[in-house]
Design a protein around this ligand. Sequence first.
Ligand code: ZN
Length: 292
Amino acid sequence: MTTEKQVAAGRPVASPEPEAAPSESIAKRFTLTMAERGPVLPVGVKTPSGDLARDLSARPWKTKDERALGKLKKPNMSMAGYVATVIGYMYSRLGAHEWSPETPMPERLVVINQMYMGDVFYAYMWLRREVIGNELHMNVECPSCKKGFRFEGDLGSTHVQCVHDLSGLAQTYTLKDPIDVRKKKVTVFQMRPPRWGALALKEGESLNEATAKIASIRSSIVGLNDDPNEITLTDDELDELSKKDLEGISALLNTDYLGPRMVVEGECPRCEAPFKQMIDWSYGGFFTSSSV
Ligand SMILES: [Zn+2]
């Protein structure tokens, strides 16, 4: 098992170590820092020949783009919808997808929603790094002494989990509490990395950690037992999962997460207690000078 424990201040790391047994897929995945990975998607977009195309290329971000992006931001837009819009607007190439300036935005959004979540987060963080730089200042409240302080994270040192090829995408999860789905006893879920569209489904719905977790889990479950037919669980079916399995799947997605870790870890400057904080990737916190 290749767990990583090089925890330096400000270095985003895996959040809680799960109890899940190491799966075969771990060997098919590897971790680099964002600085090492460069403008290359962690997973990529499948080409007709079955390869994964991964190159990224963005336009320079100018003042006029700032204005145009401001206009594209609709009051009711979900954060995930806005991230897709920023990426659709600024990138000219995302893996196998190459866009001319005339490619309409709705067409781009359809494509982005079908991309893996880890790839879209990566493209978004890479863009931030290109446009503003590596340093990400965040306001942290110490979980122990409650002191508030400013913390400087380094986006270049963000860990990114990648796959060599398509074989690195498949996973299985064995349920601790089997459930009945569509008149079948289900003991194993076939899993794939979640798609961005899972987060963007409901306009106006606020995306918090709980809704994002459940949406990611639902998008990750693609098959039941060893049945080769792809399925998507309904909300009602997902509701039948035991808390144990919900947390088990969540832990699996957390260890074997593809793309950048969205968590920064460090120590409180006053009491030295360790803290973990999600990177605030909302536009206000991420793409403006207040975060530099
Ligand atoms: Zn403290």
